[in-house]
Design a protein around this ligand. Structure first.
Ligand code: HEC
Ligand code: HEC
Length: 240
């Protein structure tokens, strides 16, 4: 994520020094930091972790982690503020972050707030959750039980329910053995092979009605080991 932030910062700096921008975003003027914090918590926190705001969303990058490098390199706060402001107006074309959630003075306030706090804490505070590090499991206890722990520790629970309710992703309840309609018009049976692939390479097949890139933004292709994926499939299987 530092890489992404660095790229955005370069863009932001280029935009500022060119003085003309894209003609759409404009310069972030003023902004009320405390108002920005309130707006951040309600509009951005569901997707972004930020220690000062106490939010823990994982769909977008951890903003402490994203801007820690910029803070270390003593980028001016106004530069970071402009980067955040630009991001609000022009998120990456992948489309996971909706554009213009807040605009004008509200956007300036959120940007001023994020610039004032992101990446200022201890380095450990901003550490993004690691997907590969969790749970060693494996021994005796049964695949499904290991899978249940991984379901929590790898963050699958934040997007998949066990109750039948649709969340950010489809529910696991009744998933195993069911017919799944894909966005390409095909229908497949949710057998072991399909479920394994859905975990190992999340963007390969997309369930109809869901967006590509949401799961892979958190669970990068190949980030879950085959052994863990098998345990997760055993767990999903048990949620009839
Ligand atoms: C629905 C989820 C979602 C919401 C809501 C959301 N974001 Fe994002 N955000 C993302 C995703 C996904 C990315 C990474 C991809 C991209 O750049 O679009 C991102 C990227 C960013 C980045 C760039 C971070 C980096 O690593 O360089 C910033 C800054 C940011 N968001 C700020 C905000 C602010 C401020 C708000 C509230 C006004 C907000 N986001 C609301 C999903 C979201
Ligand atoms: C940020 C949200 C998010 C996280 C975290 C996430 N998923 Fe998903 N998942 C989705 C979405 C959205 C879809 C539907 C789109 C697609 O098919 O990729 C999906 C699809 C799936 C499917 C196919 C479901 C079906 O109905 O066919 C499986 C299996 C799955 N995820 C397993 C997992 C596992 C296991 C984890 C944890 C290691 C995980 N997911 C983490 C969002 C997420």
């Amino acid at each position: 994520m530092r890489f992404l932030a660095a790229g955005l910062l370069l863009l932001g700096v280029a935009t500022l020094s060119a003085g003309c921008g894209t003609g759409q975003t404009g310069i972030a003027k003023g902004g009320d930091v405390s108002q920005g914090k309130t707006l951040f918590v309600s509009k951005c926190g569901s997707c972004h972790r930020l220690a000062d705001a106490g939010t823990s969303g994982t769909i977008g990058p951890d903003l402490d982690g994203a801007f820690a490098g910029a803070k270390e390199q003593h980028f001016r706060q106004s530069t970071i503020k402009q980067v955040v402001y630009d991001q609000i107006y022009h998120p990456a074309p992948a489309g996971l972050m909706p554009p213009k959630i807040v605009t004008g003075a509200d956007a300036a306030s959120v940007a001023a707030y994020v610039a004032s706090v992101a990446g200022t804490g201890a380095a450990s505070q901003g550490a993004p959750p690691t997907v590969t590090a969790a749970a060693s499991g494996g021994g005796g206890g049964g695949q499904a039980a290991t899978g249940a722990k991984l379901y929590q520790s790898l963050g699958c629970a934040s997007c998949h329910t066990l109750t039948g309710a649709k969340s950010i992703g489809p529910t696991y309840k009744g998933l195993y053995g069911s017919k799944v309609q894909l966005s390409n018009g095909q229908t497949v049976t949710a057998n072991d092979a399909y479920l394994l692939e859905s975990i190992l390479d999340p963007d390969k097949q997309i369930v109809k009605g869901f967006k590509k890139g949401i799961m892979s933004a958190t669970i990068a292709p190949g980030s879950v080991s085959a052994a863990k994926a098998k345990a997760l499939v055993a767990f999903i299987k048990s949620k009839k």
